[in-house]
Design a protein around this ligand. Structure first.
Ligand SMILES: [Fe+2]
Length: 278
């Protein structure tokens, strides 16, 4: 398969998981120019539409913004009007029940033009920054809905990085930000913009890769936005209160998907971090 590679100079902003959260998406759209980042240097790892109240307006904002977007399980499912989000939640779990509610809500609202746009999204986008090549995917390199966490063994990540043929992988899907570097290779997840990181704060997350004289500075950054408004809208539109509460409390309504290490950190405030990848 021929893979097109985007060469990017200057800082690159990554985000994912806007989750139909218009308030968080617009807040990042307003923050990017303050950071000096143009849309051509912004890459979204997917999950544009999910649990929050504004699927149509969030898609419109991201399309108008003109950033690069990688297809996620949510776009893959919604583009064909499927009644399952494709997250890989086990049947009968709280995650599966909650996702069924927002999935049917989003399917009722989205139009054919937005589904056509979703179908056009690449499953992988390769970019080069400061001589390093990164594969941007959603879950893992070979599986769109794989959950890769900070606690996922390095050997698993290394195997995926090798499969990609790149120096590093940027993914999304699992909702908690982290950067894991070893042996000169990198796995990075910018967290979710539109749903808190289960750390007891309402902040959304994104990241910046900035070329330096000795490599790349990988900065995980949090974003304050009007989570109260996003939460109120969800209640007004009859969406599940679990995710509406989570926007304000910063705690997920269900932790079915979390490994023990991430579960143990529930409610512990995550600090923005910088890792120098050299
Ligand atoms: Fe996802």
């Amino acid at each position: 398969m021929t893979m097109s590679v985007l060469e990017m100079d200057g800082p690159v902003l990554f985000f994912g998981g806007s989750y139909s959260n218009l308030e968080a998406t617009v807040a990042l759209q307003e923050e990017a120019p303050r950071l000096g980042i143009r849309p051509s240097n912004i890459v979204c790892t997917g999950d544009v539409v999910a649990s929050c109240a504004d699927p149509v307006a969030t898609v419109a904002t991201i399309r108008d913004w003109g950033v690069h977007v990688v297809m996620s399980n949510c776009e893959e499912s919604l583009c064909w009007s499927k009644d399952d989000c494709g997250c890989g939640f086990e049947e009968g779990t709280a995650c599966a029940a909650l996702s069924g509610d927002w999935n049917s809500y989003s399917n009722r609202l989205l139009g054919e033009d937005d589904r056509k746009w979703m179908r056009s999204l690449p499953r992988r986008l390769d970019i080069t920054i400061a001589g390093r090549r990164l594969a941007v995917i959603h879950g893992s390199v070979d599986t769109i809905n794989s959950f890769v966490f900070a606690s996922t063994p390095w050997a698993d990540k290394e195997h995926q990085i090798e499969m990609s043929g790149c120096d590093g992988v940027v993914g999304g899907h699992s909702g908690i930000p982290f950067t894991h570097a070893a042996c000169g290779k990198l796995w990075h997840n910018s967290g979710a913009l539109g749903m808190p990181a289960n750390d007891g704060t309402s902040r959304g997350w994104y990241s910046l890769f900035t070329p330096t004289s000795s490599g790349i500075a990988v900065r995980l950054l949090s974003l304050d936005y009007d989570a109260g408004s996003a939460s109120r809208k969800m209640r007004d539109r009859g969406l599940p209160s679990g995710y509406a509460d989570a926007l304000e409390s910063g705690l997920w309504p269900s932790c079915d998907v979390l490994p023990a290490e991430e579960l143990a950190r529930r409610g512990q405030v995550i600090a923005p971090t910088t890792l120098f990848w050299s």
